[in-house]
Write a protein that binds this ligand. Sequence first.
Ligand code: ATP
Ligand code: MG
Ligand code: MG
Ligand code: MG
Length: 478
Amino acid sequence: MKRLKIKEVLAGGQVGQQVLVKGWVRTKRGSKNVNFIALNDGSTIHNLQIVADVEKFGEELLKEINTSTSLAITGELVESQGSGQAVELNASDIIIYGKADPEKYPIQPKKHSLEFLRENAHLRFRTATFSAVFRIRHAMAFAIHKYFNDKGFYYLHTPIITASDAEGAGQMFRVSTLPAVNPPSTEEGDVDFAQDFFGRPTNLTVSGQLEGELGATALGEIYTFGPTFRAENSNTTRHLAEFWMIEPEMAFYELTDNMDLAEEFLKYLIEYALENCLDDLKFLSNRLQQEEKDKPADQRSMELIEKLQFVRDNDFVRCTYTEAIDILKNSKPYKKGKFQFPVEWGIDLQSEHERYLVEKHFQKPVILINYPKDIKAFYMKQNDDGKTVAAMDVLFPQIGEIIGGSQREENYDKLVARMEEMDIPAEEMWWYLDTRRFGTVPHAGFGLGFERFILFVTGMGNIRDVIAFPRTPKNAEF
Ligand code: ATP
Ligand code: MG
Ligand code: MG
Ligand code: MG
């Protein structure tokens, strides 16, 4: 008999139909005559209720079935009495693939804390919460490719290993090899293969943007979607040492086009989640509401699905950095001295400032533009005021910065002058500068932090809980 996924059974199974399902036990409860097994196979948040007759299967066999035991079950679908589903499965045959000793299996069917599950990240996929998060993460990755493909953007694979450190700002991980047993030699002598990339110092990429620009200034519109690495102190709930970034880069785009694209893109993804992940979102929403119950009413956040609909349906606020500084200076928390980092024109905004603007002042997502040039990268287009650049950050509730982007400086002389000011050796960046020397065009792009976006969509609170295997200062094992 062909195996059906539980999602298919619950969506289209008919009473009287014979089916074969396979999966892992979530819970089992029993009475003298009958056992009820909640089976999950990862295809949906919902479990299929299996009814097993004690006399038929025998107490010996049923005793072996515990949380996380893996099973194959054949039987007939019957109308469900009380499982909340249309059908349940009356078992006629049960095969146990693998037992899970309840004395030793760490993830029992009780509500474990997220911290505990993080320590057991190798098994946390088996919980309802994490299976929902990773199904949503998958759907969002798929939607990202779909969005750009439908718009005629090309998916460009930029390198992970790079000798360029122009963007690194001291945050790069060095690539080195294990000590070679027989170091190869060249005619000039031994090469220090043991230390570096074939004798050259290289790093793990912090962003695919610079290479992305090379693609965009020929293919028109490209995007990258890959892992990036930053050796920063990532002991926050918003930073990882390894995270995924989506970086579109577009020729003939100016700052306004860049903002329009970012807003349309984020709304598209949210709409996609609402259309395709509703069961998982409802589950996570309920989970959050449970947690919020203990908070005073005015501190509770909006229900997850309402929050997603709100962002989808409302225009983002667009505001300059200079206006934002004025707002922050005149804001209540500032007067009461509540910001941890004081506000002055020229500072790099901290997430407390960003969240104040979004959550308290505007109460909508915000696109902040025209930042001081001294806190932004060398490649951003210099504005006529001589002080600011055509940067844009998109700020979201609960997260703060979710996107960083800009119109790029397309003028060769201005770009080289800025690099000199910032001590970036232009001769090492000759390949990048060639795009400005030959057929330069106005162009723009941005980087969306994938995990920050997944945090927002799932309502989870810690970035370690939306990536399968988080890389942080304390976590590199699995
Ligand atoms: P932040 O100010 O939060 O440290 P950033 O300005 O250093 O972020 P960018 O270089 O602008 O980050 O990178 C683009 C996007 O990548 C950010 O808007 C954010 O969504 C994401 N991002 C940056 N650093 C991290 C990190 N360490 N972990 C996860 N996501 C990150
Ligand atoms: Mg940073
Ligand atoms: Mg920033
Ligand atoms: Mg940024």
